[in-house]
Structure formats: C-alpha cells, structure tokens
Design a protein. Structure first.
Length: 157
C-alpha cells in the first residue's frame, strides 16, 4: 500500500518519454483548468506591475507566456513537470525557455497554491540556487506574491 501511495505521489514527476511527459503535463493543467490567461487584475492592461500569464500548448510542449505590456517582450517558460500533492499544492518544474537573455535555460522549481479560479506562487527557486519567492513572499520586494485570477477573455481561455 505504501508503494502504491508513493507511486501516486510521483504522478507525473517520474521520468518518461518526452512526448508522453508533455502530454501528461498538459492533461494535468487541463484537468485543473489552468490553460488560458491569468492576472492579478484582469480589468487592467498587462504591465510590469500586473503581468498576464498565459498557459498554452505548443506542439508537444506546455508553455507559459508572460506579457508585461511591451509587445517586444514576451518571455516564454516551458513547463516540464507538475505534481499535485495530497494537500492540493502544485509542484511545478519550469525552464526559462526564450526571452530571458542570460537566464535562458535556467530551471525553476515552484510550489503553487491553486484554488479553482485563482493561484499564487508560494516558493520559487532557480537551478542557480537563487530563491525568488519563499513562504509566499517575493524576496526582491518583501511583498506577498499576488493571487492570479483566470481572465475570461484572451488566448487559450
């Protein structure tokens, strides 16, 4: 029984063929209703203070585009793995894919609180060892990470 529980906890985290893994990540995101556009205030245009996140499927990759209001800047991350814990938190491994300059290729390990039509990052640590968010607090600002709400309109919604 304990082995079965461990196997379930590993849901998608275990290694698999890249395409199969990408399918499982997208399936999990779809099951949770994550594809689409998210922002802290959907009534405002995207900006550095209120970026829009869009989760979508491109070829065989689950991606997240970040829109900060500048059409020339749309950094993309690739979601490589996702696991749902028993307490409902999401553990996500994402790679800074394109548009991040010297940080392209950096891997982030995230823990995300997800509650239906809203979610927020509780922790974020890079493969370079840098902690970006700890205990729900953005380390560079000392402020709580914002709740992001699902916007009704937009790509992937």
């Amino acid at each position: 029984m304990r082995l079965r529980g461990l196997a379930l906890a590993a849901v998608i985290w275990v290694s698999a063929a890249p395409t199969a893994l990408a399918d499982e990540v997208w399936d999990t995101f779809t099951k949770l209703g994550l594809p689409g556009r998210w922002a802290s205030d959907c009534s405002q245009p995207p900006s550095p203070q209120d970026p829009y996140l869009t989760y979508y499927l491109d070829a065989d990759k689950t991606l997240r585009r970040i829109d900060i209001g500048n059409p020339a800047e749309h950094p993309i991350t690739r979601i490589e793995a996702v696991m749902i814990s028993q307490d409902g938190l999401l553990t996500v491994r994402e790679r800074l894919w394109t548009g991040w300059g010297q940080y392209d290729g950096t891997v982030l390990e995230l823990v995300i609180a997800y509650e239906g039509r809203r979610h927020r990052t509780l922790s974020s640590k890079g493969s370079d060892g840098k902690v970006h968010i700890k205990d729900g607090v953005v380390q560079s600002t000392g402020k709580a990470s914002p709740w992001l709400y699902r916007c009704e309109a937009g790509p992937g919604s």
